[in-house]
Design a protein around this ligand. Structure first.
Ligand code: NAP
Length: 244
């Protein structure tokens, strides 16, 4: 998959894995549409991408809103050849048992991980199909298949996000669609896990104390290597950082 000269939409690009993916894409010569809610941090990442020569537009806002998805795809078409999207934005809200989790938090987890992926597909896929292809990457998680007390909503949302990607891969076979499982990565999400109420904090502390946390740049590099492989080996599947 050729990246240079294509415009890529990246959600959740204000920090962590999404920011590293954005900078990695800029280095490869992609144009970028970057999204997250924190405008200032997003602009900081955009500036870093521009320093690598990339044309960048930012769309600050909740990626689970129809309007945000529409703006992102419109902006991608303005920059130039729209190549695809990486739906990376995600929320975990670790700690409470399912019955203790506030409804608003449950909704936020599903809206960010799942609904935003549907909305991106809604606006991006018809455009990508018209131009003969492109790619759709969903940043998923091992949590989809791994129950842990204290992340029920996240685990269910990631399983739903994976299913969304697998079905999209069947419906639009010309678009290279896969889930990317980034590994255990040293980001704000991990910190939230370590600071969570309840037993789950111990698991997150163990990830860090065991010395196994990956850097965002490392896992972003692996995703971009997988994406550039013309074999499309992971269409309709989960690719992990170990597959690069
Ligand atoms: P992070 O540091 O918390 O970053 C999450 C990003 O998503 C931020 O840019 C955040 O920006 C954005 N975001 C959250 N809600 C949003 C919304 N409603 N609309 C737009 N942007 C939103 O987390 P991360 O670790 O980099 O996670 C990135 C992805 O990797 C997620 O999908 C996560 O589930 C997945 N993942 C992470 C790990 C890990 O170990 N870190 C493991 C497996 C999977 P704002 O707050 O500014 O909106």
């Amino acid at each position: 998959m050729e990246i240079s000269g294509k415009t890529v939409v990246v959600t959740g690009a204000s920090r962590g894995i999404g920011a590293a993916i954005a900078v990695g894409l800029a280095r490869l010569g992609a144009g970028l549409v970057l999204n997250a809610r924190s405008e200032e941090s997003l602009e900081g990442v955009a500036a870093e991408c521009r320093s690598h020569g990339a044309e960048v537009r930012t769309v600050a806002g909740d990626c689970a809103l129809d309007q945000t998805a529409q703006f992102m795809v419109k902006a991608a078409k303005v920059i130039g050849e729209f190549g695809g999207f990486v739906h990376n934005a995600g929320v975990l809200h670790p700690g409470p048992a399912l019955w203790e989790l506030e409804e608003a938090r449950f909704d936020e987890v599903f809206d960010t991980n799942v609904k935003a992926g549907y909305l991106l597909a809604k606006y991006a896929v018809p455009n990508l199909r018209r131009s003969g292809g492109g790619f759709a990457v969903f940043v998923g998680s091992g949590a989809a298949n791994y129950p842990v007390a204290g992340w029920a909503a996240y685990s269910a949302a990631k399983a739903a996000e994976h299913a969304l990607a697998f079905n999209l891969a069947l419906e639009a076979p010309e678009i290279y669609t896969f889930v990317y499982s980034p590994g255990t990565v040293d980001t704000a999400m991990q910190q939230a896990g370590r600071e969570a109420p309840g037993e789950i904090a111990r698991m997150f502390q163990g990830f860090r104390d065991g010395g196994g946390l990956l850097t965002p740049e490392f896992t972003a590099g692996k995703l971009l290597a997988i994406l550039q492989d013309p074999q499309r080996r992971f269409h309709g599947k989960v690719a992990s950082y170990r597959d690069a």
